[in-house]
Design a protein around this ligand. Structure first.
Ligand SMILES: Cc1cc2nc3c(=O)[nH]c(=O)nc-3n(C[C@H](O)[C@H](O)[C@H](O)COP(=O)(O)OP(=O)(O)OC[C@H]3O[C@@H](n4cnc5c(N)ncnc54)[C@H](O)[C@@H]3O)c2cc1C
Length: 437
């Protein structure tokens, strides 16, 4: 009897997990050195940093999403649809919940998969910090469905206000974004652009500047805390120039149906409220047969991305990985970290197949860039020779776009990634610039 093949199971096909499955499939999967299985609760993948564009309607998710089943076929791994709900570390099994359709009928029964090596890459969700009213009244941008829901809420609100000759009460077309990090700031700028465009598509009873109030609410004294103060101040000026109200030093204490309430006693009226103020790992990470988690539920890993179980690794947003050996700092939850960790784990898992030790991960910060819709891009780049360098305008925009290109290249290879760019360009000449339904 031939030896059964080593089973590598990756749970979560996001920025990190899908790149890892693709690299492993292309090499060890194709050559039959191990079986690679990718589990995800969604049928398609979209790169999460694009979700604010989906929410604003400047990106139609159906044009940019990747079908897991197709990728699995092309890249020699198996795709399993389902949500991980638990683990049996003794029997080395991952348990998945049944998959239901939109009528609540069972499509796939609950099932379990055996692993020899398990990689958990389930990402993160928004953290509401237990603040009253957030869950009930805020929208989140954790999944494509949520982003699409936001886009439709905004469009519906504008259609409604238009047919009644303009908004009938304060805040009816107000959008409040809680969290002045990259997500909140990018969303605000993109929304200003989109609401201006929408009013040109026949919704002319609405004056975007006068009727649509956009608020960004941030607890600290500076928006974009990851950027140097000069750049954060430039981004703030730009937001204010395009008519967004920026509230810094305002800690949200409650959210009600029509407004955001802050600790200073401020009430900001807004019918649509988005929560983008911090992350935590999904609930399931705390329910994985005793694997250690931190206070935001991330799986504790060492610098080799190992959990306390030597057969289980974790990467990306769901992993609490030390930045170095001498401080308590953790690797930040960012797409570039997930990308780097996927590349490292690819090499580690190949070594593991021949009995070698896992490699040590060192985070390389290439800087942060924030796109202010069509208006501007600002950020800082880090290089070995240049150190930290502030950039803005066209160069910053190019580098910003290149991050997504690199993700596409990791999944499809450079020729197809460039073909996607061409298709995108051609579509811009035949489709409206924004989604109108
Ligand atoms: C709107 C927005 C904008 C952002 N912009 C930037 C940016 O400009 N730059 C940057 O560096 N980072 C940005 N980020 C952060 C970045 O998206 C994340 O750091 C990155 O996606 C993390 O990758 P990951 O592989 O850990 O998880 P993800 O990419 O989140 O993927 C997790 C995957 O796990 C699956 N999953 C979750 N739970 C389960 C389960 N129980 N069972 C099975 N599957 C499961 C999900 O369906 C998903 O496919 C942004 C995030 C958001 C939301």
């Amino acid at each position: 009897m031939p030896e059964p093949r080593h089973q590598i199971v990756i749970v979560g096909g996001g920025a990190g997990g899908l790149e890892l499955a693709t690299h492993l499939g292309k090499s060890v999967g194709r050559r039959g050195l191990a079986d690679i299985q990718l589990i995800d609760m969604s049928r398609t993948h979209i790169w999460k940093p694009l979700l604010h564009e989906v929410a604003a309607g400047t990106m139609d998710p159906s044009e940019d999403e990747l079908e897991y089943l197709a990728q699995a076929r092309w890249r020699h791994f198996r795709f399993r649809l389902g949500r991980m709900v638990g683990l049996d570390r003794e029997a080395r099994q991952v348990h998945l919940a049944p998959v239901l359709n939109d009528r609540g009928e069972e499509v796939i029964a609950a099932r379990s998969f055996h692993y020899d090596t398990l990689v958990i890459a389930v990402g993160s969700v928004s953290n509401d910090f237990g603040i009253p009213g957030v869950k009930q009244h805020c929208l989140f941008l954790d999944t494509t469905d949520q982003a699409v829901r936001f886009q439709q809420r905004l469009l519906d609100a504008m259609l409604h206000a238009h047919t009644q000759g303009g908004p009938s009460r304060p805040g009816e077309l107000g959008v409040a974004i809680v969290g002045g990090g990259a997500t909140g700031v990018e969303l605000a700028a993109q929304l200003r652009h989109v609401t201006r465009l929408l009013s040109q598509f026949g919704l002319d009873e609405i004056d975007p500047e006068r009727h649509i109030q956009l608020h960004v609410i941030e607890a600290s004294e500076q928006i974009l805390p990851a950027l140097p103060p000069e750049l954060a101040a430039a981004a703030r000026r730009e937001l204010e120039r395009i008519g967004c109200k920026v509230h810094t030093g305002e800690r949200v204490v409650e959210v009600s149906a029509d407004a955001i309430h802050t600790a200073s006693g401020n009430t900001i009226p807004a019918a649509i409220k988005v929560w983008a103020a911090g992350i935590k790992a999904p609930e399931v990470c705390g329910e994985l047969a005793g694997l250690e988690v931190n206070r935001i539920n991330q799986l504790v890993v060492d610098r080799r991305l190992r959990t306390s179980d030597p057969n289980i690794f974790a990467l990306g947003d769901c992993a609490a990985c030390p930045l170095d050996d001498s401080s308590d700092w953790l690797v930040p939850p960012r797409a570039q970290a997930a990308h780097q960790q996927a590349s490292l784990l690819y090499r580690t898992l190949r070594r593991r197949l021949v009995g070698k030790d896992p490699l040590i991960y060192s985070y390389r910060d290439y800087g942060s860039l924030v796109a202010l819709g069509r208006y501007s891009t600002v950020g800082s780049l880090m290089g070995n020779l240049t150190g930290s360098m502030m950039v803005s305008g066209f160069i910053a925009r190019l580098v910003y776009l290149s991050l997504y290109k690199m993700h596409q290249a990791a999944l499809y290879g450079w020729p197809r990634a460039m073909l996607f760019s061409l298709v995108h360009l051609l579509r811009r000449h035949v489709d409206p610039e924004i989604k109108l339904h």
